[in-house]
Design a protein around this ligand. Structure first.
Ligand code: KIV
Ligand code: ZN
Length: 514
């Protein structure tokens, strides 16, 4: 029978430690509710002694979560344990998590103690924690670098003292999977009372091995994995739980394991954590990165269209991720183009695939990424015919009026000049988008914008990328200049030109798909 792997999410404790600004209790509660919804078994909510807000978070989350066990961290210090326990008193189920370093380097240079003192303290504080709850977890900090016989000794003693979960952290992310798995196996073979406790692992990602180490530990018998959403955490981060959950899902037979996680919520939870913590998900992040299910090369795209299993290990929709994307780049082949055109409503007889492919390759080489509307344009017109119907003639801005921004823009629309004047206190980005929409009568809604600066200080320029919705389709625009506001205005104009040109094609085709 497969073993259940207990998932402990420490985004709100170890993950939060690494953020630039700590999270308020309200924000922590939002994340905790999302983790509960996803079916996380144990939510480590914080280190209550560290600040009044952390204490409050632990209290509020304890009052509001019913399905997951709440866990708070404490050092082997009387007050830490008392405060942590007090913060969770209202929880339906709570766990006290206490820790002490066990490696020679930490014991000698950080704690300035002898190993026997470490054992005595650990036993004493496990017994103290047991007075508040039966559910006590003990962590051997820096276990990955702890002498293996010392590790066996302390694990045996804390189990004897009543700890029901023993956590083996690779605190500094030093080990590699083969070695870390061996540590777990050694514990199972050499600690006489090991069957009285769950063995947990908690890996850091300093060598990029956190997930590999955790999986190797599961193979050797570990029954709890700790980690964070999106791999947030100290330095290079903690084990990314979405990776572990999906690895167990895909390799349950090999690992003889399963989890109770509702995988449909994985992506939603990742997005929420990213937004609340202001840490973007890297585009190539395993499982949840925006590029994790995008295919660019012609060979891959062709293979995908024949059978998605050729290049995808699971269907992204099972984790709530959007559908697979075939990127149109100069590496794309005819089959991806044909498929994109079909999605846009064109059969092969409507256009010349070979001609379109040749035009597309030239265009993609110059532009990099090609959007679906570019492809439509190329199918029915030449790149040279592309018009910049809208053009920025002049603009001036005045920020001097207290909180107000005063803007004057001269916009060339075909052969007419339109004057846009505005004095506003509101967010100029949204105001400008609405104004351009009204002036050009192209009803756009701003979806997203981002800005980048070029590296060279002496020749600094700012690039703004925006995306807008226009009649249910997404259009993109880019603006580059030395000034942020001008870059934004240029990106709006770029997007409007893209829409205008496509409208032009549609009029010729007497088509009205928008
Ligand atoms: O990395 C670590 O050792 C920890 C412990 C407190 C479990 O975060
Ligand atoms: Zn840690």
């Amino acid at each position: 029978m497969k073993r259940k792997i207990i998932i402990l999410d420490t985004t709100l404790r170890d993950g939060e430690q690494a953020l630039k600004y700590s999270l308020t209790a309200k924000k922590k509660l939002k994340i905790a509710l999302s983790l509960e919804n996803m079916g996380v078994d144990i939510i480590e909510v914080g280190f209550p002694i560290s600040s009044p807000e952390d204490f409050k978070s632990s209290q509020i989350i304890s009052n509001n979560i019913t399905n997951s066990t709440i866990c708070s961290l404490a050092r082997c210090v009387d007050n830490d344990i008392e405060v942590a326990a007090e913060s969770m008193l209202k929880a339906k189920n709570f766990r006290l998590h206490i820790f002490l370093a066990t490696s020679d380097i930490h014991i000698k240079s950080k704690l300035k103690k002898r190993f026997q003192e470490i054992i005595d303290m650990s036993v004493f504080y496990v017994k103290k924690a047991k007075k508040y709850t039966n559910d006590v977890q003990f962590s051997c900090e820096d276990a990955g670098r702890t002498n293996i016989n010392n590790l066996c000794k302390i694990v045996e003693k804390v189990i004897e003292a009543g700890a029901n979960t023993i956590n083996i952290p690779d605190t500094v992310g030093f080990t590699v999977p083969y070695e870390f798995g061996k540590i777990i196996k050694y514990l199972y073979n050499n600690v006489p009372n090991i069957d009285k406790a769950n063995i947990s692992v908690h890996c850091h990602n300093d060598l990029g091995m956190a997930s590999g180490n955790s999986i190797s530990a599961i193979k050797e018998g570990a029954s709890q994995v700790e980690g964070t959403t999106n791999g947030l955490g100290e330095r290079a981060g903690n084990t990314a739980l979405e990776e572990i959950i999906m690895a167990i899902k895909l390799h349950g037979n090999l690992l003889n394991a399963y989890t109770d996680i509702n995988i449909k919520n994985i992506y939603k939870n990742s997005k929420l954590v990213s937004k609340i913590c202001h840490v973007p998900i890297p585009r190539n992040k395993a499982v949840i990165g925006s590029n994790a299910f995008s295919h660019s090369s012609g060979i891959h795209q062709d293979g995908m269209l024949k059978n998605r299993n050729n290049y995808e290990i699971f269907n992204p929709t099972i984790i709530g991720f959007k559908k697979t994307k075939l990127n149109l780049t100069s590496r794309s082949g005819r089959s991806a183009i044909k498929q994109k055109m079909l999605e846009l409503g064109y059969k092969e007889k409507d256009y010349d695939l070979n001609k379109l492919y040749n035009k597309f390759i030239n265009f993609a080489d110059k532009k990099g990424k090609v959007f679906d509307y570019d492809l439509e344009y190329l199918a029915f017109k030449n790149e040279k015919e592309y018009k910049n119907f809208f053009l920025l003639k002049k603009y001036s801005v005045n920020y001097k009026l207290r909180d107000y921004t005063k803007l004057k823009i001269k916009l060339l629309c075909g052969d007419k000049i339109k004057n846009i004047k505005i004095t506003t206190k509101k967010n100029i980005i949204n105001v400008l988008c609405k104004l351009f929409s009204k002036t050009t009568m192209l009803k756009i809604v701003l979806l997203n914008y981002e800005s980048f600066t070029t590296e060279k200080i002496e020749n600094l320029s700012i690039r703004v990328n925006i995306s807008v919705k226009y009649k249910n389709r997404t259009f993109y625009g880019t603006g580059i200049s030395k000034n942020y506001l001008e870059s934004y205005i240029l990106s709006l104009i770029d997007v409007l030109n893209n829409i205008w040109n496509l409208n032009d094609i549609y009029m010729n085709l007497k088509k009205n798909i928008f």
